[in-house]
Structure formats: structure tokens, C-alpha cells
Write a protein that binds this ligand. Structure first.
Ligand code: HEM
Length: 393
């Protein structure tokens, strides 16, 4: 155990459950980056790491592993590539990666995501729904993931509901483990029946099921992971994108006048407000990080969000600035577990913004823009908007 006090912070101990922290964690991240970039948090029984270079080192180094038999995500989804190393990880990742190659994602965006986003936005705008951002954020990622996995559109709503206890459990909400286990059983049975039906539609489920090495349990667990990983983060990112645009009418006007800015605005939104602030590693052996000894198997909370606002990498880091040419953010992690759906997620956000600027001349918040908040998945839920339609181009 370290000899210096690694837990003293400006507001006492780091507490992820504190509502103040959940709404504005940035001052605490800044304090830790400056004073204790590696600290021990007794309440979490974990180390906490901030700072771009340290975060990058932890997620890319073999000294830290994603594997732990009792980690929360493993309980919820079963063993999946997210918490596996070595050949099990490589095999599941390689099988999935084929479907997520840039050319496939581009075709998928054109043929599937763009028409889906357009149809949903048209419906929401026709009904003048002020909760358009929440509705789109909830519905679109699940529909996109269903198509990507080769699941019927009609199952999207049930899948969204069935995933709730699993996602909430991973997000540390007080969900009984029994409810998680029950839902997981139902989801596993669903996927087994889809596999048995034997569709060959090029969707990821069929591709995984056709793999000669992956077992049925591997396919089912990774399918459940993909369902969660592909929807919650993307939904939060869509919500955060809308909140940024609502808070900054000049930004919206700029993008609407010049849609070539869209990729930069999406990338800066993900740097500035990443939907997932923290990811988890475990020391693979007794290791030392920035002079702090970390005993084997101890959890390490790796703060991607604090890395994204490290002033050593991003000058004036709290300012939203889509003209930055700094290093890519760590919103999707890095190294062997870097987000597999990174290209799909970025493309989905870009397509949403393209569809919005095509249809809407101005967006105005109705009331205050809600803060981005949460523990694991962080979103600006509850945003209400007045969208002024434009005459179609
Ligand atoms: C804005 C949206 C998204 C964000 C911010 C995000 C973020 C992340 C991060 C930070 C990780 C790395 C976790 C770690 O290293 O411990 C990750 C892993 C992963 N993500 Fe995403 N993700 C997003 C969307 C997606 C989508 C759309 C998919 C798939 C359809 C996806 C699938 C995965 C998978 C399978 C992994 C595990 C990869 C591995 O362990 O090898 N994600 N994601």
C-alpha cells in the first residue's frame, strides 16, 4: 500500500455516486491530474488514473488486463471480448471486425443508417416533438444495431427493454443481480433461437455463428455485449451532441451553413463530453505506475474523460473547439481493446447531424439545457427543443 496519502482530494474522497460529481466531475479530474494522477480510492477499492499519457499507457500496456472473474460486465453479459485476453479475445474480435471495416460501415451508413435517421427525424419533426433528441437517441442506435446484427426491426423494442437491467447493473444502479440473471437467460435463449433459425444475411450474428472456433456460448455472450456496447454509448453521444448544438446556436448555424464541418464537430463532442468517462483494468502483476505501486489484481479505474481534457495535449481543454488539430481523443479507448464500433458510432453521429441540418434551420432550447450527467453512461437527457424547419434543399 502506498506511503503517501493518495486519497486526499479537494472535496475529500472521489465518489462516483455523488450527484455533484456526476454533474460536474471536471474540477476533481483537474485536481487529480495536477496533484495525484494515480490515486487510491478506498470506497471503490480501486486506483484512479487521470492524464492522457498515463491513461494511454494503462489501456495499451500488457501490465494491465481487462480480465477479472467477478467484474460487473462479466456478470451481466457473460465472458465476452470486453473482458477476455489472448486467443479468446483475438478470435471474437477478428470475427466481428470484418463486418466493421470502413468500406462496409460506409455502405451501411448510406443504405441503412441514413434512411432510418431520415425517417425518424421526419416523423418527430412532423409531430413537432420537443423531446426529439431523447427519442432519436433511444430509438436510432437500437434499430441500427438490430440491422447490423441481422435481427428483425420488430424485436428492437423488446431488446431495448430486456437490456435495461443488464445496462443499469453495469452502470452501478441498484438492480438486483437476480433480475439481471433472469433477463440474461431470456436474451441468451433469444439469440440461441436466432442462431438455430440459421439466417445467412451477412449480419454479425450469422458471421459469429459461422465461425469455426467460437462456441455457441461465445457467440451469445458477444452478441449481448454488442447489443449493449452499440446502443447505450451511442445514445448518450447523440444526446450530448444535441445538447451542445442547443447550447451554442452559432455552432449550429456554422454547421448548417457548411456541413463539411460535421466530422470535426462530432469528434470534438466526443472529446469534450465522452459518453463513457471511465473504463476498467486490473494490474496483471505487481506493477508501478508514476511511482505508485499497484498490487496484482487490483482494479484500476482509467479516466478517459480526464485524459480528453488534459491541458498538456489539448490547450484550453474545457473549451469546445471543433477547429482543434490535436491528438485524437481517448473517447473510444486505445490499444488491443479499443472500441470495435468506433467507426460505426462516429458515422452514426455524423449521419444524424447531416439529416438534422438538411431539415432544420435553427435549434433553440425550450428552457435550460440539461447538464450532461451520470455515472457510467453520461447523457444530457430531458433536453427540450424548438426546431425551426428549413425549406428542403
Ligand atoms: C459513441 C459511441 C461509443 C463509445 C464512446 C464507445 C466507447 C468504447 C470504449 C471506451 C471501449 C473500450 C473499453 C476498454 O478499453 O475497456 C469500447 C469497447 C467496445 N465497443 Fe464501443 N463505444 C461506442 C460505440 C460502439 C458501437 C456502436 C459498437 C458496436 C456496434 C461498440 C462495440 C464495442 C466493443 C465490441 C468493444 C469491446 C472491444 C474489445 O474489448 O476488444 N461500441 N467502446
Amino acid at each position: 500500500m502506498p506511503t503517501v496519502d493518495l486519497t486526499a482530494g479537494p472535496a475529500g474522497e472521489l465518489n462516483f455516486a455523488d450527484p455533484v460529481f456526476q454533474t460536474n466531475p471536471w474540477p476533481l479530474y483537474d485536481w487529480h491530474r495536477e496533484h495525484q494522477p494515480v490515486s487510491y480510492v478506498p470506497a471503490l477499492e480501486s486506483y484512479f488514473v487521470v492524464g492522457y499519457d498515463l491513461v494511454r499507457r494503462v489501456v495499451t500496456s500488457p501490465d494491465f488486463t481487462v480480465y477479472h472473474p467477478f467484474r460487473t460486465s462479466r456478470r451481466a453479459f457473460g465472458p465476452s471480448m470486453l473482458d477476455q485476453e489472448g486467443s479468446a479475445h483475438t478470435r471474437a474480435r477478428a470475427a466481428t471486425a470484418g463486418v466493421l471495416r470502413p468500406r462496409k460501415v460506409a455502405a451501411f451508413a448510406r443504405d441503412i443508417i441514413a434512411p432510418l435517421a431520415a425517417a425518424m427525424l421526419d416523423d418527430l419533426l412532423a409531430d413537432a416533438r420537443p423531446d426529439l433528441a431523447d427519442r432519436l437517441a433511444t430509438a436510432l442506435p437500437m434499430r441500427v444495431v438490430c440491422r447490423f446484427m441481422g435481427l428483425p426491426d420488430g424485436d428492437a423494442e423488446w431488446l431495448h427493454e430486456a437490456m435495461r437491467p443488464l445496462v443499469e447493473y453495469v452502470d452501478h444502479a441498484p438492480v438486483p443481480l437476480a433480475a439481471v440473471v433472469q433477463r440474461r437467460r431470456e436474451l441468451a435463449a433469444y439469440f440461441r433461437s436466432r442462431i438455430a433459425a440459421g439466417t445467412d444475411d451477412g449480419g454479425i450474428l450469422a458471421v459469429l455463428a459461422a465461425d469455426e472456433v467460437l462456441t455457441e456460448a461465445d457467440v451469445v455472450n458477444n452478441a449481448i455485449l454488442l447489443l449493449a456496447a452499440g446502443t447505450e454509448t451511442t445514445a448518450a453521444a447523440i444526446s450530448n451532441l444535441f445538447a451542445r448544438l442547443a447550447a451554442d446556436p452559432a455552432l449550429y448555424a456554422g454547421v448548417a451553413a457548411d456541413p463539411t464541418l460535421i466530422p470535426a464537430v462530432v469528434a470534438e463532442t466526443l472529446r469534450h463530453e465522452p459518453p463513457l468517462h471511465v473504463t476498467l483494468r486490473f494490474a496483471a502483476a505487481d506493477v508501478e505506475l508514476a511511482g505508485v505501486p499497484i498490487p496484482r489484481a487490483t482494479p484500476v479505474q482509467v479516466c478517459l474523460a480526464a485524459a480528453n481534457r488534459d491541458p498538456a495535449i489539448y490547450p484550453d481543454p474545457h473549451r469546445f473547439d471543433h477547429t482543434r488539430r490535436d491528438r485524437p481523443s481517448l473517447a473510444f479507448g486505445a490499444g488491443r481493446h479499443v472500441c470495435l464500433g468506433m467507426g460505426l458510432a462516429q458515422t452514426e453521429l455524423e449521419v444524424v447531424l447531416e439529416a438534422l441540418v438538411e431539415r432544420v434551420a435553427e435549434v433553440h432550447p425550450l428552457g435550460p439545457v440539461p447538464p450532461v450527467r451520470g455515472r457510467g453512461f453520461r447523457a444530457a437527457s430531458g433536453l427540450r427543443l424548438d426546431c425551426r424547419p428549413r425549406s428542403r434543399r
